[in-house]
Design a protein around this ligand. Structure first.
Ligand code: PGA
Length: 270
C-alpha cells in the first residue's frame, strides 16, 4: 500500500476530561456528525469510567472505541489497574500507550511502555504508540536520537505478525496543549520520515511503508489540512479539540478532503 493511499486515522484523546453527561453528548455528536462516513478511520478514547457508556453510543457506528492506558498483565493483584481483556470486554479496539503525559508526569519508562505494547498487541488490542521529544531535546538537536531510542526500546520484541495492529503517533512534547508552539507541517513531515526510517530498520521496508503515523500536538481545524497533506502524515491524535464535537468533526473533514486530493493526484501520476 502506498503511504499516500493509507486511510487517514483521526483519534480523539479526551484525557481526564468530561463527566458522564458530557461524554454521552460528545460521543453522540461525533457519531451523528460522522453518519455513514467511511473514508477516514475515527476513534474516541474517553476516560476509563466512561468507556462503557461511550461504547454503547458508538455501537453500530463507524467510530471505534479506544482506551488511554492499560496494565501489562492479564489479571492479578494490581490495585487500580485495568487489563487488556477488560478493555476488549468493553468493546475497545485501540489503546494509546507511551503518551508524553504518562512518560513525563507519571514517570513511565521505555521498558514499562514496551511491556504494555507487547502485552496489548498479543492480547488483541490495536496499539497507538506515542513518541516525541521535549523542547530542550529539540533545541539540543537530540530529536532524532530520542525518537530512535523510544522506538528501539518501545518496540523491542514486538512480533512482526502484530504490526498491522500498531500505529505510531509523533507528539512533540512542546507542542501538546500549546497554542503558541506547535509543529510546522515541515517539522511534522521530517519527524515522521525519521520515525518511518527507523521503523524500517527494525521491521523492514514493507512494514514501514504500511505503518500509519499520526501527528499530535495542538491539531486544530485551522492547521489540520496543512498537516494532513504532508507526505507521511497519516492522521492525528487530538487532545483539546477532540472535546468539542464541531472542532473534531472539522478535523475529520480536513482528513477526508486531503485524502481525496492525494488519491486524485496519485491517479493522475499513475
Ligand atoms: P492537544 O493534545 O491536541 O491538546 O495538544 C494532543 C495529545 O496530547 O494527544
Amino acid at each position: 500500500m502506498s503511504p499516500a493511499l493509507r486511510q487517514k486515522f483521526v483519534v480523539g484523546n479526551w484525557k481526564m476530561y468530561t463527566n458522564a453527561a458530557e461524554a454521552r453528548q460528545l460521543a453522540k455528536a461525533v457519531v451523528d456528525g460522522m453518519g455513514a462516513e467511511e473514508r477516514v478511520s475515527v476513534t474516541l478514547c474517553p476516560p476509563f469510567p466512561y468507556l462503557a457508556l461511550v461504547g454503547e453510543i458508538l455501537k453500530g457506528s463507524g467510530v471505534a472505541l479506544g482506551a488511554q492506558n492499560v496494565y501489562p498483565e492479564k489479571e492479578g493483584a494490581f490495585t487500580g489497574e485495568v487489563s487488556p481483556t477488560m478493555l476488549l470486554d468493553l468493546g475497545c479496539k485501540y489503546v494509546i500507550l507511551g503518551h508524553s503525559e504518562r512518560r513525563h508526569k507519571l514517570g513511565e519508562s521505555d521498558a514499562f511502555i514496551n511491556q504494555k505494547v507487547r502485552v496489548a498487541l498479543a492480547d488483541g488490542l490495536d496499539v497507538i504508540l506515542c513518541v516525541g521529544e521535549t523542547l530542550e531535546q529539540r533545541k539540543n538537536n537530540q530529536t532524532e536520537a530520542l525518537l530512535d531510542q523510544q522506538l528501539t526500546l518501545g518496540l523491542a520484541g514486538v512480533s512482526a505478525d502484530t504490526l498491522t495492529r500498531l500505529s505510531l503517533a509523533y507528539e512533540p512534547v512542546w507542542a501538546i496543549g500549546n497554542l503558541e508552539h506547535h509543529a510546522t507541517p515541515q517539522q511534522a513531515q521530517d519527524a515522521h520520515a525519521v520515525i518511518r526510517r527507523r521503523f524500517g530498520q527494525i521491521f523492514g521496508e514493507k512494514s514501514a511503508q504500511e505503518l500509519a503515523i499520526e501527528y499530535g500536538g495542538s491539531v486544530k481545524p485551522d492547521n489540520a489540512a496543512a498537516l494532513f497533506c504532508r507526505d507521511g502524515v497519516d492522521g492525528a491524535l487530538i487532545g483539546g479539540a477532540s472535546l468539542h464535537a464541531d472542532q473534531f468533526l472539522a478535523i475529520v473533514r480536513a482528513a477526508i478532503s486531503t485524502s481525496l486530493t492525494q488519491e486524485n493526484s496519485a491517479k493522475t501520476a499513475a
